[in-house]
Design a protein around this ligand. Sequence first.
Ligand SMILES: [Zn+2]
Length: 474
Amino acid sequence: MPPPGAMPPPGAMPPPAMPPPAMPPGVGLPPDPAAPKPKRGLLVGLVIILVLVLVAVPAFLVFGGRDGDEPATAATAAPTATTPATREAAGPAASPKPGDPPHVKFGWAKARIYESLADMSKAFRAGDLNGFLAPVADKKLRAELERRFRSLRAIKATALELTADSGPFDDKLVGGYSEWGVTVAIKHCFVVARCEPDKMLVDTAWRDSKDGYRLVKFSLVRDVRGPQPWEVSTLTAAVGTRAIVAAPKALQGRARAFLPAAERAAKIADRYVLGRKPDRYLIYLAGPSDWKKWFGGTEDWAIGFAVPASAERSDIVLRAAEIDGGYAESIMKHEMGHVATLAGRDYRDYNGENWWLTEGIAEYVEWDGRPVSAYDRKLTTRRLVRANLFTGNLEKLVPENDAPEWQIDAAYGVGYYTTRCIADQYGHEKLMRFADQVLRNGRPSEAESPTILGRDWKDVSKRCLAYTKQKVGA
Ligand SMILES: [Zn+2]
């Protein structure tokens, strides 16, 4: 199995005994021609969304089972009297006293914790670091939350809200004080004051103290692929009208230099959005250590990838050291093509029968209406077709992981030509509707083809095979 959504740069590995494809000098070539290395972009981990949902559910179940179990003696002697119960506007939770039933203690903890989350949200929006850190218990956690604060502010997270998604639950005693877990939802927009925010979930813990409930744990965003860049790196950012290029301080200058290309790529990708248009496309520019860390890292040979950062959004990571300015724009168009067409979908088939369309449409966005005759994977595609290595079975197009570079390159080419064929033969608008149904709604091509394209899928495939052969001169 190949790396999911692997994108070799056109012509990075030209097939032997064939002239290299026409492309601007230096674009897509490995930095060290003596040690050529495949450079590809990835589309990764879209299955995560499903996992997140499954992980999130049990959190709701915990409290119900634990509430009544709490011994009354667990009501601590914390001097809660210093916090007036009257702070609750409606139905103030009473400050618990020894001997109070569990629900009183629970209600009190819940009110205090929710209040702290609201205060932190307000402080973030006001740019008030000290206010944001006010409930944080110790130095180490303060440093971690300061990093999140600074990075999220830098990448222009706006309208940020921390709210309890579930909890409190799992009450336990630590050093004589009660400690509660709360699953917190982080919601925010980018740059704009209002949006339909998506949410990311973190696990937090709050421990009672003589000063009230203190934040003692704030996990990474639940994500099987690893941390979001803003959780583990202090970021700076160059912010445009459609894109944000974020980077650690050492790459601040490069982030600024990347922004114009990101803006151009974003304006193209915008024209292909299926579903919700992103507030901004977010591109993280990674140094060598960031590359290993962010979103759990990825294959060594890759130079960039698109990854779901939440249930509604996908972000892009680029490896700064491996991308020159010219190639950056191409790869960003391709990756933003994935973001524009797939973000927000529980997309589980990126290595399956629709691989051709997933990658084909990203290539289609990257090529953006330029003449099909100039397409830069033409030679490898011609070679594949001439060698009878592709005879029309699109559902089996996804290349094997150990396939030669030129064959991987050519598989992207077949995806592109077929996608372009549908646009040329049936119209761009119908292609986009077809992609929406097949990629985002999980509908079979066979079912959608007659309705949207007006032809059986078999006929369309056949026609597009002929189109591909003709365009590549096979
Ligand atoms: Zn791709």
